[in-house]
Design a protein around this ligand. Structure first.
Ligand SMILES: Nc1ncnc2c1ncn2[C@@H]1O[C@H](COP(=O)(O)OP(=O)(O)OP(=O)(O)O)[C@@H](O)[C@H]1O
Length: 229
């Protein structure tokens, strides 16, 4: 893994909200296939860091590159094209569309890219199978359990075969057994497809699925270590 050029390179990133220094000179690389846990206390800047890396929030200063692209100089349209095409997202609460079936939810990012319905649903069905939730394909998210919904959300994040998945507390709403299953499937699928995962979590048991942990405090990276994995 160390031989790969980094996918994301952040240097000295800063972001200020009013008088709050949410990020204060953060430097970080994310490599293909790497599972990186971002830990730290509430309000320390974890989400701001993740949102900057994902091209959602524009840092005030520093350098940020995804492959050859300057993410700070990129226009809003370029950044959203990058998010759609290269990145996947998983949040604490699956944020699935309640009116659509689980299959349609997973097919949605492909439909938005112009993939025809039949092909999009075929690929969605494959990912539901991979995440072991094929049985909820025809159900709406409200009819699935929390753990199943989160696995559907992961299928939706992976269906476009992104280079990087950003996961913000993906197990935060689950009990530990379901949380472990979600983490096991997320990391197995990511490793098989060499997808990098940037994982924000408070939970050491979740961070244990990563290859590397960083701890953010007061907008700075305080420690960085390989995990037990
Ligand atoms: N859009 C915003 N407007 C104003 N302040 C913000 C905004 N986003 C974040 N902040 C502030 O920046 C700091 C870092 O917030 P951030 O959400 O990145 O922390 P976090 O580590 O992800 O916290 P948590 O674990 O509670 O989600 C906090 O003081 C927060 O209040």
């Amino acid at each position: 893994m160390t031989g790969d050029a980094p996918l994301l390179i952040a240097r000295d990133l800063s972001k200020v909200y009013g008088t709050t220094r949410a990020l204060d000179g953060v430097s970080l690389d994310v490599r293909a296939g790497e599972i990186l846990a971002v830990m730290g206390p509430s309000g320390s800047g974890k989400s701001t860091l993740m949102h900057c890396l994902a091209g959602i929030v524009r840092p005030d200063s520093g350098e940020l590159r995804y492959r050859d692209q300057d993410l700070i100089a990129a226009s809003d349209a370029e950044r959203s094209a990058l998010r759609r095409g290269e990145f996947g997202f998983v949040f604490q609460f699956g944020q699935l569309v309640p009116e659509l079936t689980c299959l349609e939810n997973v097919a949605l990012p492909l439909r938005m890219e112009g993939v025809r319905r039949k092909e999009a649903e075929r690929r969605a069905a494959y990912w539901l199978e991979r995440l072991d939730v094929a049985d909820v394909a025809g159900k709406r998210p409200g009819q699935a359990s929390g753990g199943q919904g989160q696995r559907v959300a992961i299928a939706r994040a992976l269906v476009t075969e992104p280079s990087v998945v950003f996961a913000d507390e993906p197990t935060g709403a689950l009990d530990s057994l379901n949380g472990e299953m979600v983490m096991r499937l997320l990391t197995e699928c990511a490793e098989q497809s060499r997808t990098a995962v940037v994982l924000v979590t408070h939970e050491p048991a979740v961070a244990a699925y990563s290859h590397r942990e960083i701890v953010v405090r007061d907008g700075r990276i305080r420690t960085s270590a390989g995990s037990a994995r």
